[in-house]
Design a protein around this ligand. Structure first.
Ligand code: FAD
Length: 310
């Protein structure tokens, strides 16, 4: 659709329509996705749009649908591998604009762009317990609801009360947590292509010092075990039933396995890291080799947790 950095006529028309919806400054052209992913990898997106409220999200998506141009809803890019060729279509970057938070008693409502770490930090400061597990997850509230993110025996579904979504048909709805069909790294939001606009957490009053101590302990455990000093998208693979991905990869002798700038972390085999200058093709090559080798040695096919785009 775009050619050598120039938008074709159809995309240019859409860009003008999007200017009217979100303002010209919030529509970027040929935006490098490497700047919007924790992997620091990814070629340019034709259009990168930053809506600042739910109506702008709705109107942006409607404009893309009417123009029959593909779109992708981006959070903090912490679970994404974007191709080296980038994305032909519109990135709807909800995490940059929708960042409001409201607190009432023990309930906290966050717009979808709020960083999960910040939400966890805020809850701690307010003496609200429940979100400690999330203190080291660098995703947005929207991305975390989408895949029911979790860590250390906690997950989003444990603390969510409801989620405000934009459905594919353009209607907004509020879904209670039990209507989300949450599972391990899965929710109905993903199945039905809904967009998370905001989420309300049901927390409990607690002791800030105890909450802080738990968060500090989880942060220490992460720092000890995970290669947080290098760009990655967290755990590359889902936990296969009855196994741990990291242990299988270690036992297969793959720690340190490298293609170009991408490698299986020596610190935690469950992470593929960008050692510097890695391309998406490098990461793909590492992932495929790990899948094949683990399957050959142990008969288990690892399924990526990281999502691929472009
Ligand atoms: P993105 O990567 O931007 O997008 C991921 C998916 O969510 C995409 O399909 C996107 O379309 C969709 N999405 C994003 N926002 C919305 C929205 N508003 N509405 C609808 N769909 C949306 N994950 C864990 O579960 N547990 C961990 O402990 C954990 N640790 C991590 C540690 C590190 C160092 C890193 C880099 C990642 C880690 N992750 C972990 C992965 C990641 O942070 C989570 O999966 C997070 O939920 C992804 O959120 P995001 O906003 O970055 O989503």
């Amino acid at each position: 659709m775009s050619d050598g950095g120039h938008l074709d006529d159809h995309l240019q028309q859409l860009a003008w329509r999007l200017h009217a919806i979100v303002g010209e400054d919030n529509v970027l052209e040929n935006e490098p996705m490497s700047e919007h992913t924790t992997f620091k990898i990814g070629g340019p997106a034709d259009l990168f749009v930053i809506p600042e409220d739910p109506d702008e999200v709705h109107d942006t998506i409607e404009a893309c649908q009417e123009a029959a141009v593909p779109y992708f809803v981006l959070g903090r890019g912490s679970d994404l591998l974007v191709s080296d060729d980038g994305y032909r279509g519109v990135i709807v970057a909800v995490a940059d604009g929708l960042t409001g938070v409201e607190v009432e008693d023990d309930e906290m409502s966050c717009q979808s762009g709020v960083n999960l770490r910040e939400a966890s930090e805020m809850a701690c400061e307010l003496g609200l317990t429940g979100l400690e597990f999330a203190c080291g997850i660098p995703g947005s509230i929207g991305g975390a609801c989408f895949m029911n993110a979790g860590a250390y025996d906690g997950c989003m579904a444990d603390v969510l009360k409801s989620v405000r979504v934009l459905k594919k048909d353009g209607r907004q709805d509020t879904l209670d947590v039990d209507e989300l069909d949450p599972g391990y790294r899965h929710s109905r939001i993903a199945d039905e292509g809904m967009v998370v606009l905001s989420a309300t957490f049901k927390l409990h009053h607690g002791d800030s010092e105890k909450i802080r101590a738990r968060m500090d302990e989880l942060t220490r455990r992460r720092e000890e075990k995970q290669p947080l000093e290098l760009p990655s998208a967290g755990s590359t693979f889902k936990r296969p039933e009855g196994h741990f991905a990291g242990k299988l990869i270690t036992d297969a002798g793959l720690q340190g396995y490298q293609v170009g700038g991408a490698a299986v972390s020596k610190k935690h085999a469950g992470f593929v890291v960008n050692l510097g200058g890695a391309t998406a093709s490098d990461v793909h090559a590492v992932i495929e080799h790990v899948q094949d080798e683990v399957e050959r040695q142990f008969g288990v096919r690892l399924e990526p947790e990281v999502r691929f785009l472009g």
